[in-house]
Each structure stands twice: as C-alpha cells, then as structure tokens.
Design a protein around this ligand. Structure first.
Ligand SMILES: Cc1cc2nc3c(=O)[nH]c(=O)nc-3n(C[C@H](O)[C@H](O)[C@H](O)COP(=O)(O)OP(=O)(O)OC[C@H]3O[C@@H](n4cnc5c(N)ncnc54)[C@H](O)[C@@H]3O)c2cc1C
Length: 454
C-alpha cells in the first residue's frame, strides 16, 4: 500500500506554486510533484512587495528568518512608510500623501525570494523542470484519477491537480471547458458561453515598463534623490510609476505604467514581454518632473509587459482540480497584491488538503471549501486593485486633472488629492489591517459541513 494519503501535482513553480508545495511539505503523508514549464525554477521580473497579511502566512510556514535576511528593511510591526505619493506629471511635482502601515511593504528581489522557497521544499516533493502542462483529463472511475499531458509528449498522473501556471494557465483553459460542459449538461447554455468567454486572459489596456538598476547610477545623477531612501508612487494622467529600493538599498526597482482604458479587454498585438529601448519609456514621460525623468534615464535595460488580467470564474475548482494565484484571478498590480493573494490561496489550499479529515474520497469537499473561502476574497481584491489603478492614473470620475495641480490647502486641487488618498487607503487597508487567521479557522470548520458534500 502507498504510504501516501494522496498525490498532489502542482503545475507551475512560481510564487503560488512553490508556496503551496512548501505548505504541503508539512504533511509527510502527501506526495507532491511540482511541474515547471521553464528549464529552471527561476522568477522573471525584479522586485516583489509583500504586505503584512501575506507576510504572516510566510512566517507561519517557518520562512521568516531566511526572508528577513533578504528583505530591504528588516520586518517589524512598527509603523513604516509604505509609499510616498506624489503627483509627478507636471514641471514640479506635489507630494500629497505618505502611506504608513505596520511594517510597511516588505520588498524582495524576486530571485532571492524564490531561492528561499526552493530551499524549504520537503524531501517528499519531486521537482520537474521543462514540463509544460498542455492539458489534463480527469475521470471518476480511474485511480489515480487525473492524467497530465506535457508539451514534451510525456505524461504523469495524480490524485489532485493544483493549477498554479500563471496568467496564461493551461489548467484554467481545461477547467473552464469542464465547467462549461457541466453547465451545458444542466441546460444552462448561457452560463456555458459565459464561462468559456471568461477563460482566456484579457489585456488590461496597460503596459508596464520594468527596470532594475544600481542605486549608484541614480546617486551619481542626484545624490539626494528621494528614491534612494524612499519608496515612491508618482501619479499622473494615464500613467503611474512605482519605484523603491530593493536588495538592502543596492538596487532600485521601477515599474512605469501607461494606461489606455479605452483598450481594456481588447487583444494586445505583439509579445506580452519584450525588451524595449529605454528611449521608449523616456518618450512616454517627457513632460514629467525632472526627478522622474532622472529615474528613467538611470535604467539601462527596460522590458515592457502588457499587463493581462482574468475575468471572474464561477468556480476555481472542478472535481479534483483547483486553480490558484494568477491562473485563478490575475489582477492589476496596483496594490502589489497578486503574489500575496497567490500565497493566501496556497496556504488555505494546503491547509484543507493537509487536514486529517481529507482523504482520497473527500478531496472534492476540501477543494470546494477552498473555493468558497478564497474566491470571493481574491475577486474583491482583484476589483480593488483595478480601482486603485484608476485612481493612480487620475481617471477616477470627478478626480481627474487637466492641468498641473496646485497644493494650496483648501484649493479644489488639494481637495481632490485628499479624496484620492482617502479612496486609495480605504481600498487597500485590508492588506495590513486584516489577517488570514479567521479564514483558516472557517475553512477547517467547513470541512465538517455536510453542505460541502464528500
Ligand atoms: C509589474 C508587476 C509588478 C508586480 N508587483 C507585485 C508586488 O509587488 N507584490 C505582489 O504581491 N504581486 C505583484 N505582482 C503580481 C505577481 O507578480 C503575480 O500575481 C504573481 O507572480 C502570481 O503568482 P503565480 O504563482 O500565480 O504565477 P506566476 O508567478 O506567473 O508563476 C507561474 C509559473 O508557472 C509556470 N508555467 C506557466 N505555464 C505553465 C504550464 N503550462 N505548465 C507548467 N508550468 C507553467 C511559469 O513558468 C511560472 O513559473 C506584480 C505583477 C506585475 C506585472
């Protein structure tokens, strides 16, 4: 007899997939296989920020000490400046808000962050690279019930599949077909159409120019540049720049966003990620204040990301398959929350699967509990992230600017900026004012609820 209760396949070794595998590694009677499409477990992109809510999850997985060593500023509960907000699309910018939160935003270099996760995978966790999932099939009668087919022609089996394969998810594409087939079989033809339409990722109308450069380059241009010491958000009409030091201040991580809301949910023509000449981004921001242009001039290598998101699904689960992270709910990066939400998904999913009450025959119930807890929350954060973007890019109805803002207290502009900051904070405070603890307890309680079936 197998010493394992069941075998879990995690497709995708990004943040969500690896956190899930680390969280599952705590249960020695669950066998885990992580299948990653790339030829190595690496992370694209530069910096990643983690809010207190997700940080507490990482701590409960025993990652605190190692992650603390690679954080820009050591973690603390003391209020820290998360970001300074400045309207920068005018000859001289206007500081209008300092967002201070307990612990601030913990910033990491993505590759370092990934390295820590990889070191914490259990011994009973198989790691497979160059394994791009193409499709899965699940059957009620076969055991193990799920077959995975990979691009290289190989296949594998498992009892539970976790689709953690990012915004272009192959697992999601199969899962929506299954949800549509169920809807059709029940005569809900419109629902079937709707779920199929929600399957593929959609272009948000926004591109992000991402760059990582040595702080020294910026220091040479302007030794007192505020970004050397401060995480900043520069806001402007249709654009926004998020920029902060990482690697203990040695490097600067920058993402400059350019939004075209009239193109939201259309198809992006061209590669989603592409190296572009730094002059392209400079050109887009040439009427911004000098300190912003100085930042952009410091970037020697820039890549442009067409930001894609997903539409809400009626379920993140089908049978013994569950989606997590971007494959379930890719969101705009305006709350720095996508990876944090993937971490939360991973933790809840591992908790319900790892619980002793979950066996081969009750996997479906555990996944339905996961869906009922995580889907409403993650979709709410997806919407809040989109709304923050509209506020940042000065597109929120009634809160737009058609000329440089004047910061004179009591002026119409100052009132608008005040309203913008109030809305941003209200949308965002879940990330540092709440914890996942209540949801974990609720998930464990629901495992005994007959409404979730077997
Ligand atoms: C500009 C920008 C800035 C951001 N900043 C932040 C931030 O500060 N904080 C934050 O929380 N979030 C941030 N995000 C969002 C965050 O990067 C994502 O939400 C997060 O990486 C999602 O994790 P994931 O594991 O679901 O997917 P991914 O990280 O995309 O990982 C998916 C993995 O699956 C692999 N894969 C893909 N297809 C297959 C397949 N068919 N088979 C097998 N493997 C496959 C990929 O190679 C990859 O390793 C940002 C996003 C952007 C664009």
């Amino acid at each position: 007899m197998s010493p394992h209760r069941f075998r879990v396949a995690v497709c995708g070794g990004g943040v969500g997939g690896l956190v899930c595998a680390v969280a599952l590694s705590r249960y020695h009677d669950i066998h885990i296989d992580v299948y990653e499409a790339a030829s190595a477990f690496t992370e694209m992109g530069a910096g990643i920020g983690v809010w207190p809510r997700a940080w507490k999850v990482l701590c409960s997985l025993g990652l605190a000490d190692e992650l603390a060593k690679i954080a820009v500023v050591p973690p603390t509960d003391i209020p820290q400046i998360a970001f300074h907000f400045r309207k920068g699309d005018q000859p001289e910018g206007v500081n209008f808000y300092t967002l201070s939160t307990p612990g601030g935003l913990l910033a990491f270099h993505r590759a370092d962050f990934h390295g820590v996760l990889l070191r914490h995978l259990g011994r009973h966790c198989g790691k497979h690279t160059s394994k791009r999932l193409v499709s899965y099939t699940q059957s009620r009668s076969r055991d193990p019930s799920i077959r995975l087919d990979f691009q290289d022609g190989s296949s594998a089996t498992c009892d539970v599949l976790i689709g953690a394969d990012g915004v272009k998810s192959a697992a999601r594409a199969c899962l929506v077909e299954e949800l549509a087939a169920v809807a059709r079989a029940e005569g809900r033809h419109q629902d079937a159409q709707k779920v199929l339409a929600a399957g593929p990722p959609k272009w948000s109308g926004t591109v992000a120019y991402r760059a990582l450069f040595p702080s020294q380059t910026l220091r040479q241009r302007l030794p007192s540049h505020r970004v050397l010491e401060n995480p900043m958000l520069y806001l402007g009409k249709n654009s926004e720049i998020t920029v902060y030091p990482i690697q203990r201040g040695v490097m600067i991580n920058l993402a400059a966003f350019r939004a075209r809301y009239d193109l939201e949910y259309t198809t992006f023509k061209g590669p989603w990620v592409q190296d572009v000449p730094p002059s392209e981004v400079l050109h887009d921001f040439d009427d911004w204040e000098p300190e912003v242009r100085m930042l952009l001039q410091s970037a020697e290598r820039v890549n442009r990301w067409a930001i894609h998101t997903t539409l809400p699904l009626p379920s993140f689960v089908s049978g013994k398959v569950a989606l997590l992270g971007d494959s379930a709910h890719a969101m705009m990066p305006y709350q720095g929350a996508g990876a944090g939400q993937a971490i939360e998904d991973a933790f809840i999913l591992a908790t319900v699967l790892g619980d002793r009450r979950t066996t081969q025959s009750t996997i479906g119930r555990a996944l339905r509990v996961y869906d009922s807890i995580r889907r409403p929350f993650a979709l709410r954060i997806q919407e809040a992230s989109r709304e923050n973007g509209i506020l940042y890019t000065l597109n929120y109805p009634g809160l737009t600017f058609d000329r440089p803002a004047c910061a004179q207290p009591g002026s119409e502009d100052a009132e608008k900026l005040k309203e913008i900051r109030t809305r941003i904070r209200m949308n965002w405070e879940w990330a540092w004012k709440t914890t996942l603890d209540g949801d974990v307890s609720r998930a464990l309680r629901l495992l005994d609820d007959p409404a979730y079936g077997s």
